[in-house]
Design a binder for this molecule. Structure first.
Ligand code: 6PG
Length: 249
């Protein structure tokens, strides 16, 4: 049974990033206290840059960095030093600025010219790290997600093949409008998480957000609708601009 979403409307983008940073810090502290480690999948795109910068600036918050393990919910099919790389963005703004051991950082090997092989390798990395049985999905403590103006999340774009994936953890997804492969967590993996937090900022996201949270368009057209953790918390952190087309209340 999927749990209902918690929708938190913040005012400014800075309020949004502060709320997100607080959420990450609380989730990390709780996970380490309860289970001895914190597993997080970072989102890509530009929105989380301010969040990563904020967490890095507060690195002295005494976070248990050596018990925190970093993954990515998706990656562009580019090398790690490419300007489009989600790893590069997080590494430059956060991971290179905090005392997290390099061994705790698991980037997608997206430099592999064969995107399917990169996805397979990343899936094996997850299987090994979480010591998974063949049909088991890992339960991330926290998966951070963004949402595009078309309602995509991770690299689960509207009407793309990855939306149908039911058994794999990570796949290479051809995105026709980008004329490129992306490597992405699948929906069953995302929906196995303990906590999924969407971070959505800006007026350009408002129409899709209304569709995702209040509309009745087919989910294949707005894939963020398909994020429904089976036994976990779903939180939407929105700023006023992104939430501007939601029904009030
Ligand atoms: C990516 C992301 C993608 C992103 C949204 C929002 O690799 O681009 O994972 O899902 O979160 O496209 O992107 P912005 O934050 O740049 O608006």
């Amino acid at each position: 049974m999927s749990t209902s979403a918690e929708i938190r409307r913040l005012t400014t983008p800075q309020d949004l990033f502060q709320a997100a940073a607080d959420d990450v810090i609380h989730a990390a502290t709780d996970a380490v206290k309860e289970r001895g480690r914190f597993t997080i999948a970072l989102s890509g795109g530009s929105t989380p840059l301010s969040l990563y910068t904020l967490i890095a600036a507060n690195a002295s918050t005494g976070l248990p960095w050596d018990q925190m393990f970093f993954f990515w919910s998706d990656e562009r099919h580019v090398p790690p030093d490419d300007p489009d790389s989600n790893f590069r963005l997080a590494n430059e703004s956060l991971l290179s600025k905090v005392p997290v051991p390099a061994a705790n950082i698991f980037r997608v090997p997206a430099e592999n010219p064969d995107a399917a092989a990169a996805a397979q390798a990343y899936e094996q990395t997850l299987r090994n790290f979480f010591s998974l049985k063949p049909d088991e999905f890992p339960r991330f403590d926290l998966i951070l997600l963004g949402m595009g103006p078309d309602g995509h999340t991770a690299s689960l774009f509207p009407e793309t093949a990855a939306l149908q994936e039911k058994s794999r953890l990570v796949v290479a997804n051809w995105v026709e409008k980008l004329k490129a492969f992306r490597i992405t967590f699948t929906l069953p993996l995302i929906n196995a998480a303990r906590r999924v937090v969407f971070l959505v900022s800006g007026m350009d996201k408002a129409p899709a957000l209304h569709e995702v949270l209040e509309g009745n368009a087919p989910p294949r057209k707005y894939p963020s609708k398909l994020v429904q953790p089976a036994d976990g918390k779903l939180i939407w952190l929105l700023d006023r601009a992104a939430a501007s087309q939601l029904a009030t209340g």
